[in-house]
Design a protein around this ligand. Structure first.
Ligand code: SF4
Ligand code: SF4
Length: 523
């Protein structure tokens, strides 16, 4: 990188535009609010939590600097030029500055307004425009993502990535293509066929009727997480309605300043879920949840949607929030695992949900929760940031991975598909990752098919011996009393196995050691 080049230089600016007529460099449509800007007293408390300030130590890449830039932009004292745009493009939108600001500066609203202004009033280079168009033509569309997943499956099966790397061709690819390749999760054809049932009835009496957003990336690459969400909510007494034809909620567009697309997606999502007559709309992807909670603000000027949008936003809950709200009903089986929990920024900072995921994990008997250093600092995922700004995203990803490894976990939990993909890229392949709800699902249902977890289905024992045995057989894939369950290497303690009538295999404690010890070694 050239010495005078900004580390997050989008390489995008070909011309300087004339300042739009309006407020300084901003046009008349929703410029960043002068009152919100004036809330900043320049105290600097936000600086240590800002990932870009931590990387580069540049005032203009700090929240305080960016708020100042908005102010001088509003006053027309700076042009809307390459430098101006660069500082906002480099922001991850992680909102760590919102939670750390003692003066209540709403940087979330300010950056949302500024990004939309930039997209309207700044002309990006043709290559930048093409790349952004490609991203938005792909990610919000489930069917197109499915086609990409199939290509990814073929690519992985042919070991094309290894060949590219061995030949040295991979290093010659543009950084953004390298990032796309590196973030592609392992694709299994069977997973692509998985769907959440349209309606999952509640177990026992129905406490709530909830709608489930299955998402775009989530439904294609993390279908297992959606299934686990429906199972957990059903076990806790919720009837779960997951409309089969769901569109994108608009989160990626909203966070990237693509306002018209975000507005259209928000309206479609409100229309879809309002028809279901549900009490609550549940989300298991932090980025989606945070934007759905913002619909009220986004659509505040729309006479047809303003009221409905704020009512809709008030009904949205992250799945961990809802589970924490409900009095636990289902039995938690012990899970033996050391779990490092990573706060997704759009859950922790944007939604203020930090205690609930930890609460539901801590409520699982036997599970040890490990704190990760600097939990407020972003992992570098930030929606499509790791595609648009691969270099700083990689630095943040590596930094987070080393902090995760320092905890010596058996498994890493985080509540956002973007963070799962980003951490997967920088953590050793032997260290499993999961959404907290997937861990809870295994505990509730005595399933031991999640790597890194050792579930004891003989656990607290409100079930009869017969029920226990059938649960254990069903969950472990065992079907014969004459042999050990073939797929399970963990779930029965010797006592439980004896009580359930299975012959004793080799010591389960030795298996537990052999499963958990490799992943505790930092790679
Ligand atoms: S903490 Fe808040 S008030 Fe202080 S500099 Fe940062 S944004 Fe401004
Ligand atoms: S949103 Fe994140 S990256 Fe952007 S200014 Fe705030 S703390 Fe820094």
């Amino acid at each position: 990188m050239a010495a005078d080049q900004h580390p997050a230089d989008p390489g995008s600016v070909v011309t300087e535009t004339e300042p739009a007529s309006g407020y300084g460099v901003f046009d008349l449509r929703r410029p960043p609010s002068a009152e919100r800007i004036d809330d900043c007293v320049h105290c600097g408390f936000c600086l240590p939590t800002c990932p870009t300030y931590a990387l580069w130590g540049e005032e203009m890449d700090s929240p305080r600097g960016r708020v100042y830039l908005m102010k001088v932009g509003l006053q027309g004292e700076v042009p809307l030029d390459k430098t101006f745009v660069q500082h906002f493009d480099a922001c991850l939108g992680c909102m760590a500055c919102v939670t750390s600001c003692p003066s209540g500066v709403r940087y979330d609203e300010l950056i949302e307004a500024t990004r939309a202004q930039i997209e309207r009033n700044w002309e990006r280079s043709p290559s930048e425009r093409r790349f952004r168009r490609l991203v938005f033509a792909l990610f919000p569309h489930r069917s197109r993502l499915m086609a990409v997943a199939l290509l990814g499956w073929a690519y992985q099966r042919a070991r094309a990535g290894e060949l590219l790397r061995r030949s040295g061709a991979f290093d010659r690819l543009p950084p953004r293509l390298q990032a796309l390749e590196g973030l592609m999760p392992r694709v299994a054809l069977g997973d692509l066929r998985r769907r959440v049932p349209h309606v999952t009835p509640a177990t026992g009496s129905t406490r709530r009727r909830v709608g489930l957003l299955t998402g775009c990336v989530q439904s294609v690459f993390f279908a297992g997480c959606n299934e686990a969400t429906a199972r957990v909510l059903a076990a806790e007494g919720c009837e779960v309605v997951a409309p089969p034809r769901q569109g994108c909620c608009g989160a990626l567009a909203l966070h990237a300043g693509e306002e018209p697309l975000a507005l259209a997606k928000a309206k479609a999502t409100i229309d879809l879920f309002s028809r279901l007559g549900v009490d609550t709309v549940v989300v298991n992807a932090a980025g989606c949840g945070s934007s759905m909670k913002e619909y009220g603000h986004l659509l505040r000027d729309d006479p047809h949607y303003a009221e409905r949008a704020s009512a809709f936003s008030a009904s949205v809950r992250d799945v961990t929030e809802l589970i924490a709200e409900l009095e636990p009903r289902a039995v938690r089986h012990p899970v033996r695992a050391r779990v490092a929990y990573h706060d997704a920024c759009h859950l922790g900072h944007a939604q203020g949900v930090t205690a609930q995921p930890r609460e539901i994990l801590r409520a699982i008997p036997g599970l040890e929760l490990l704190p990760i250093a600097d939990p407020e600092i972003c992992c570098g995922s930030a929606g499509i940031y790791n595609l648009l700004q691969p270099q700083p995203a990689a630095e943040l990803g590596q930094r987070k991975a080393s902090q995760v490894l320092a905890t010596g976990p058996d498994l890493v939990a985080t509540a956002n598909p973007g963070c799962l993909l980003q951490l997967r890229r920088y953590l050793p392949p032997s260290l499993p990752l999961a959404h907290p709800v997937e861990i809870l699902d295994r505990s509730l249902h005595g399933r031991c098919d999640l790597p890194g977890l050792v579930v004891d289905t003989a656990g607290p024992w409100s079930m009869s011996t017969r029920e226990r045995r059938s649960t254990a057989v069903a969950s472990c894939g065992g079907g014969s009393r004459s042999s050990a369950p073939p797929l399970c290497s963990c779930s029965f303690s010797e006592g439980a196995r004896r009580r359930a009538g299975f012959p004793q295999p080799r010591s389960s404690s030795s298996r537990i050691r052999s499963r958990s010890s490799p992943s505790r070694r930092p790679a």
